[in-house]
Design a protein around this ligand. Structure first.
Ligand SMILES: [Zn+2]
Ligand SMILES: [Zn+2]
Length: 252
């Protein structure tokens, strides 16, 4: 008995050419309606009001190697990175993972609040250097395991990556990095344990899509950097010219 032919696999938005910049309005914004600020609960035009952005998302000097706040404005790298650099060409993080962004990221990631992607992507965008020369040629998300994607219904890193890519007029590729299934979750492990757990977890199925290109990996939070490091390694092995890491938040 032969099984019926399987339909061709649908590639989830394999490579999306970036159209013109937009502001990712929420449904209320798109209709010109006010909404409640996610932080202060006052009426606002955006999901996080301008006052709360000014109060909680000031762009501060950060280490270009790990995204930690820097005490000295003039320094490009913190002492930790000078001693033991993370394997990235650069890191951009927008805010510390603390009030109010921790609650927003948790709601976005675990609470089904996919509509927060625009407000969080806007913070990351605000932290990027203004010079287009510093931007990558390809933006990729840290891939989500298939069982997580099935449970969550959306890939939070891709929701951020595609918005940021569109805003800087850069292609985004949801499937440049593939993730092996069946790994235990990373939460609760230290940096060394995370790297052991992740070894070989990522692969680049079609190296031609990244070879010779400057690539930025996008994720919601940079914690130990172990996940991003493994993804960066896969990109480097595939011939990427440079690999940066962009996250909304950085664990202080
Ligand atoms: Zn507010
Ligand atoms: Zn550093």
């Amino acid at each position: 008995m032969t099984s019926p032919p399987r339909p061709a696999a649908t590639t989830p938005a394999a490579v999306i050419a970036a159209p013109a910049r937009d502001a990712w309005p929420s449904p209320a914004e798109a209709r010109g309606l006010p909404t409640l600020c996610e932080v202060c609960r006052r009426w606002a035009r955006q999901p996080v009001c301008a006052d709360c952005v000014a109060r909680h998302a000031a762009v501060v000097p950060r280490c270009g190697g790990c995204g930690m706040r820097l005490a000295a404005v003039a320094a490009a790298r913190c002492g930790e990175c000078l001693h033991d650099p993370m394997p990235f060409d650069h890191v951009h993080c927008a805010v510390d993972y603390g009030f109010p962004w921790d609650a927003l990221v948790v709601a976005f990631k675990y609470g089904g609040r996919a509509e927060l992607a625009g407000a969080l992507a806007a913070r990351l965008l605000a932290a990027l250097p203004p010079e287009a020369a510093a931007w990558p040629e390809l933006v990729v998300p840290v891939p989500l395991a298939r069982d997580r994607l099935a449970a969550r219904g959306y890939d939070q890193a891709w929701e951020l990556a595609r918005r940021v890519a569109r805003a800087i007029d850069c292609p985004a590729d949801a499937t440049a990095i593939a993730r092996a299934d069946g790994r235990s979750p990373q939460a609760g492990l230290d940096r060394a344990a995370r790297r052991r757990n992740l070894r070989g977890a990522f692969a680049v199925p079609d190296p031609a899509r990244v070879a010779g290109r400057r690539v930025a990996i996008v994720d919601d939070v940079l914690t130990t950097g172990a996940t991003a490091a493994e993804a960066a390694q896969a990109l480097h092995d595939a011939g990427a010219a440079a690999v940066g890491v962009w996250t909304v938040a950085r664990t202080p």
